[in-house]
Structure formats: C-alpha cells, structure tokens
Design a protein around this ligand. Structure first.
Ligand code: BGC
Length: 749
C-alpha cells in the first residue's frame, strides 16, 4: 500500500532535484562533530528513551485539535517526551525544561515549538499580505524579529514557514501562505528560512524553521480544508513542490507533514514523498514532524486499521516526530518486536532530532532560550513596531482610486469612519497570531485619530453593522455620521477567524449586510474610500463598481491602523501588488494567472462564439489579476529592449524597459517579467512570472530596469519528465501586472 505513490511517480526524473543541493548556512556547521556526540548518546539510550524523543506534545495552551495526553508533565519526567509545543514565557518553559533535564536519567533537553507565523508578539501583516510587498529582505527581516522575540520567551522552533501554493481562495489557509505563484512563493520561502534560522541556528536569537505542510495541502478539492487532493504528477512537481525545495536548499531544519492525501496516500504515510524525494533526491538533513494527530488520522483516512498499523506506516515512510498522537510512544516497541519496523529507522529519527538539539546549543545550556533580561527588554521594541508599521504600508494593495479619492485631501476636516472593522483590535492580528495581544493593536480608528490630531481633523466612528449578521439596526446612525462628514472611510471585511485553518468559505462576498451598508453610504455621494480587512481574496464586483476607492489592507498586525493612516494621509504611497487573483465570482475558482490556453480559447475577434472555453454567465477574466496594484502616482512603461533575439544555454538575456513616474507623487513600482513558452512537448501556461524589480521613482523621474533571464529559468517537466528547457520561441512581457505589459519575443536555440 505504502508504495503506491512511489510506483505512480517513479517515472519522474528529478534532474533539478539532484542538482547542486546547496545546503543553507546552518548546515555548514561541523556536522561531523555533532554526529559523534549524537552517536555516542544514542548508544547509551534505552529503547524507551529513544521512543520518548519521538513524541511531541502540546502543553495544553492554544490547541487546534484533541489533546491526547493532558498528563504531559508526568510524561516529561518519565522521559516520554522529546519536544513540547504551545509553551512559552521563560518561567514556564524553564520549569518544563527542568523536568526533562533534571528528572530524567539522561537529562536530554526538550525542543519548544510554536506557531510563529507572522510575528511573535510584534505581529506583522499576515503572510499573504506580506507577500504583496514583493520585498524579500523585508519578509526575511520580519521573521528575524519574530525569531528574536520568540527565543526571548523560550521558543526554539517555529512551525513556519507555510509554503503551500494555493489557487483557491475558498481555502482559508491562503492567509498563511505567499499566494498562487510558485516562482515568487519559492523566493519568499527561502527568505523566511533565512529569517528564522539566520547565519547559524546556534545564535540565541535564531531558531529552527519548519517548512509546512509537505505537500500539496493548498489544493484541497472544493477549497475545503483537510479535503482530498487529486493532482497530476506534473502539477505537483511544477507548481506545488518547488517552494519546499527552495527551503531545503536554504537549509531548513525541519518539515511538517500535511493532512491531505496525494494520489490516495496520506502525507504521513507517504514513503515516496518523505524518503525517496525529500531525503534521497533533495538531500534534506533535518527532521520530519507530523501535523497535529496526523499519524492517528491515517485511520479515518482509511489506510490504517488501527493505531499500531498507523505507526508502522508512518515510521516506515520516514515520519519521525509524532505530534499529539502518542502512537509511536504506545506502539513502536511492539512494532519492532514483531519485525514490522526496523530499529535503525528509530535510531535515525532520534539522531536527526538530537542533532537539532545540539545545533541549537541545548546540550551546552538547556536554558539558553530562557533569558529573563531578553524577555523583558527585547519584545515589542519601538524599533520592531516601526518596522511593522512600515510593513503595513508596503503590504496594502490599492485596488481602485477614481478621481484621486486617496490620499485624503488636505481640506478634509471631518471624517466619518464607518464599518464593523473600524475599531476591531483583535481582528487586526489576523489568524495564527502567536502571543499577539488585542490591546497592543492600533485599530484604524486609533491610527486616524492620532494622525488626525496633528492635522486638526475630527474622526467620528460608527460601526453601522456587524461583520456577519443581517441586522441593519446601525444603518441610520452610520448614514447620519456620513452626512455630517466631508470624507467617509468604510472599514469592511471578514473577522480574523473567517480565514486560517478550518475556515473555508463557499461564498466569498463581503459577509452579512456590509455591502448593503456600503451602498447606502456611497449613494450619499461623499468622497468615500473603502478599506478592506480580510485573509483571502474576496468577490467584490459590486463594491468595485460603486466605491470610488478601495484599499486592500488584509490583517496588518499590531501596527495596522498606523500603517493604513500613513497611506490614507499620503505620508506613504501604496506599492503592494496582489499575489493572488481576485475572482469575479466563486464559480471561476480555481483561478490563477498562469492558466493553460487549451484548444478552444476565446477568440478576441469573435468573443460571443459559443463553442469556446468560457461561461454562459460570467467572463473568464478575474476582477483583479495576479500582480495588480495601483499607486497614487502613475507609471509609464516604454522602450522594451532585449539584449539578443536568440539565446543558448550559455547566454544571459537582458530584458530592459524604461519606467517613468508620470504622476504627482514619488512612488515605488514593482516591475514584473513574464514569459510564455509558445510551443512545448507539453502544454505551457499562457504566462509565467520569471522576475521582478522594485524601482523607486520621484515625480517625473525615469529609470531603466533590467531583468536577467537564462535558459535555466525556462525549465519545466517535459513530456519525458525531464526538468529541462526546450528550444523554440518565447514571448516576453514586462509590465505592472500579469494581464498587461510591453511584449517582445526571443528564440532559444
Ligand atoms: C496546523 C499546523 C500547526 C499545528 C500546531 C495544526 O492544526 O495545521 O499548521 O503548526 O496545528 O499548532
């Protein structure tokens, strides 16, 4: 059974997977030295002590599933736990560590894991929002701050980055990822690993990263969380796996399994994925942890008869640390005794986990992440908050701005802030907000008020309605406030828990009566800007028709209100670009820019002709394409030049274009490069992102942007499943988003 997927995918020749597997900086450490220490420790461990190292339990805080072993403290003392998650704060962590170090025979320290997804206490914008900055250095730095804060309170292992590509905004966990594009997603994935792990895991301000959820968790049928994934081998290799490979190349220390199956095999029993691909092909050297109770879930998946069978499948697949099932703890002894599991696999798992503990320095000092001075002085510093505020300004995406409604004109003195997200502190945190606190969040109301005071502006807030019910009770007050104001800001969207884990939606409209409220207010004819707070693309065609301006603010974390106010008052200029397509309606999903052409694409000269790939009741085009985002200023693209009309595998093609700031603000533009491989041995997407450049231009300024391309960038899985480029003609586009741009072509020989 476990070999099904191996057989299914065995024809895949992972030539790119074998190529220079540059270990990241942390793996440059003298691993031989660790290995000797680890080997000698394993030699003196009893079988029970080994199994204890493979058990990961929640401390009882923040659980997202059933708690299997509430008796975790007792188990630690008995040497039956190797790692704990959801325990933080120096005193608490140190107490638990003491149980392991002082009360067990060998005193092996525990790992402390936690979901540090977009900040620890200084909460940054949700990862989807961060990806809209297209700013790799900024993303890396945010994770460095998160690592520094988390390690100040006892954590040494982050359950991040989540690098699942997803093309389905119904799936609530798109909020945790970097959007729909594999190329950009891979760059962000590697940046995040660097952010968490730094130059060395031994540094007390860095920690172990954990890429998750391996693999294809972002492609559940119908967008329903945890649901079946049925995916072609080619799509898996080309679109879903590369961000994981990028993490491995960056030296990621651990990997988490996913809840889904691929081709009938759940991840936590997938030998092909975890042994053949991850270890043997990619050269992954860290350890593998399951997702929450995933080994147990092999039973409801229907591949394991009982817990013992589930444990057997998982261990034999290469799954090493059991999160919350305690199945290894209870079954491995018997499985070895009956010959169903080989003890060498257990030794290997123990060795990989102990190596991580050595690398963290836990054997030098098990309390090195329990430093009260750091806990008191290094969390939520002014510097981190300033950085978070800047990140908010960079991750917002301006979707519409008719008649320069934004920024708010200087003449405005009375603002009505209306909507259920206007003063919603806890929602600003987004989901998976670690130890972030609602009281630390600057809401939009707070941000407008503190900026407004300097400008002598009055801000009047009326909620108007709730996020998600049908009461219109507050409409009259809202209308009255709008009538009294000379500018209206509508704060609309989702609650933070409407995206994230187990938060799939089948309807992506603004929930409740919010659209209705917006229509009533917009009808008044006042200058009105909508600020959207949400964890995924929404379907907002009506709002887009009616609202003069829309700023997508996502959930921006603790500095949300300040960062948005900076944009609204023109202290900062929007530059974010969407990393997920905004569909027009749910029926278009899955929708993504890098679609295939198919045999019957719509003919632009005869768009009405029926027997073409289209809908009877909707255009094919989304509301906002991937890469889209406006600025207060305007940019003109001109003078596209290619350094050659033909290239071979030894050439670098330089693609240049001139970008001019033609508007009235200084601003930053994210210039995007797409290619289209016109004829392949298999069908190719109509466009694929292959590069970008961020360029800052003062009013009237022009700059030439150069983006490089080589044949390496043009590789894909050919008909023979070789990862290779194919000679032929390629179109190249350079532009402000995936649906428009200057176009040229070149030949590959
Ligand atoms: C999630 C993981 C998370 C884990 C531990 C699971 O439910 O899928 O992403 O790391 O819980 O909190």
């Amino acid at each position: 059974m476990k070999n099904q997927i191996h057989l299914f995918f065995s024809i895949a020749c992972f030539s790119f997977l074998f190529q220079s597997c540059n270990s990241g900086p942390n793996l440059k450490i003298d691993t031989n030295n660790y290995q000797k220490k680890v080997d000698s420790l394993i030699k003196i461990m009893t079988f029970d002590e080994k199994i204890g190292q493979l058990n990961l339990l929640a401390s009882g805080w923040d659980v997202t599933g059933p708690v299997m072993d509430p008796n975790y403290k007792q188990l630690i003392k008995q040497g039956k736990v190797g790692a704990i998650f959801n325990a933080y704060k120096v005193d608490y962590v140190a107490d638990l560590q003491r149980l392991a170090v002082e009360e067990t025979r060998l005193g092996i320290p525990l790992l402390f894991g936690y979901d540090v997804i977009h900040g620890y206490r200084t909460i940054f914008p949700i990862p989807l929002a961060q990806s809209c900055t297209w700013d790799l250095a900024m993303i890396e730095h945010s994770d460095r701050i998160a690592a520094s804060e988390a390690t100040a309170e006892g954590i040494n292992w982050a359950f991040a980055p989540m690098v699942d590509i997803s093309r389905d905004p119904r799936w609530g966990r798109v909020s945790e990822g970097a959007g729909e594009d594999t190329w950009l997603g891979s760059k962000i994935a590697a940046a995040r690993v660097r952010g968490f792990q730094g130059e060395s895991i031994y540094d007390e301000r860095t920690l172990l990263a954990c890429m998750k959820h391996f693999a294809a968790y972002g492609a559940p049928q119908a967008g329903r969380d945890y649901h079946t994934v049925d995916i072609s081998e080619r799509s898996l290799l080309e679109y879903y796996l590369p961000p994981f490979k990028a993490c491995v190349d960056a030296g990621v220390a651990s990997v988490m399994t996913s809840f889904n199956e691929i081709s009938g095999v759940p991840s936590s029993s997938n030998h092909w994925l975890y042994t053949d691909l991850l270890r043997d092909s990619w050269g992954f050297k860290g350890f593998v942890v399951t997702d929450y109770t995933s080994i147990y879930e092999l039973i409801p998946h229907g591949v394991a008869e009982d817990s013992a069978h589930a444990g057997e499948l998982a261990l034999n697949a290469g799954i090493q640390l059991d999160m919350q099932s305690s199945i290894y703890l209870k079954n491995l002894k018997n499985l070895v005794a009956t010959g169903k599991v080989n003890e060498t696999l257990i030794d290997k798992a123990v060795s990989d986990i102990l190596t991580a503990k050595y690398k963290l320095g836990l054997f030098d000092d098990p309390y090195r992440y329990c430093n009260k001075t750091r806990q008191e002085n290094e969390i939520m510093t002014q510097e981190s908050k300033d950085f978070a505020r800047q990140m908010v300004t960079k991750s917002c995406v301006l979707l519409k701005n008719d008649n320069q409604t934004l920024p708010i004109p200087e003449s405005v003195k009375k603002i009505a802030l209306i909507g259920p997200l206007g003063d919603a502190d806890v929602d600003m945190l987004g989901n998976w907000s670690a130890t972030g606190l609602a009281q630390n969040c600057v809401t939009l109301l707070d941000g407008l008020k503190s900026e407004g005071i300097n400008k002598n502006i009055q801000v009047h807030f009326v909620k108007g309605c709730n996020v998600n019910d049908d009461s219109t009770y507050g409409f009259n007050d809202a209308i009255k406030a709008a009538k009294n104001a000379d500018y209206v800001i509508l704060a609309l969207g989702e609650h933070r828990n409407m995206s994230g884990e187990a938060a799939s939606r089948t309807n992506l409209d603004l929930p409740g009566v919010q659209l209705h409220l917006a229509e009533k207010i917009i009808e008044l004819g006042k200058p009105t800007a909508v600020i959207l707070f949400n964890g995924r693309p929404l379907t907002i065609p009506e709002l887009n028709k009616k609202a003069p301006a829309i700023l997508e603010a996502w959930f921006g974390g603790v500095e949300s209100g300040n960062g948005i106010a900076d944009l609204l008052f023109g202290k900062a200029v929007p530059s974010g670009k969407l990393t997920m397509t905004f569909p027009l309606n749910v029926g278009q999903i899955p929708i993504h820019y890098n679609m295939k052409n198919n045999g019957r694409p719509v003919d632009p000269t005869n768009p009405e002709y029926q027997f073409r790939s289209k809908y009877l009741d909707s255009p094919n085009e989304p509301l906002f394409p991937f890469g889209y985002g406006l600025s207060y200023t305007t940019f003109e693209y001109s003078d596209l030049k290619l350094s050659a009309s033909e290239i071979t595998n030894t050439d670098t093609l330089l693609i240049q274009a001139r970008i001019t700031n033609t508007g009235n603000f200084d601003g930053e533009e994210i210039v995007q490069l797409y290619v289209h491989d016109l004829v392949g041995s298999v069908t190719r997407p109509v466009k694929e992102l292959k590069g970008f450049s961020k360029v800052f231009l003062t009013k009237g300024e022009s700059k030439t942007v150069t983006i490089k391309l080589t044949t390496n960038d043009l590789r894909f899985y050919t008909l023979d499943m070789l990862y290779a480029y194919e000679p032929g003609k390629f179109e190249v586009y350079i532009g402000p988003n995936s649906s428009t741009g200057l176009k040229d072509s070149f030949l590959v020989k």
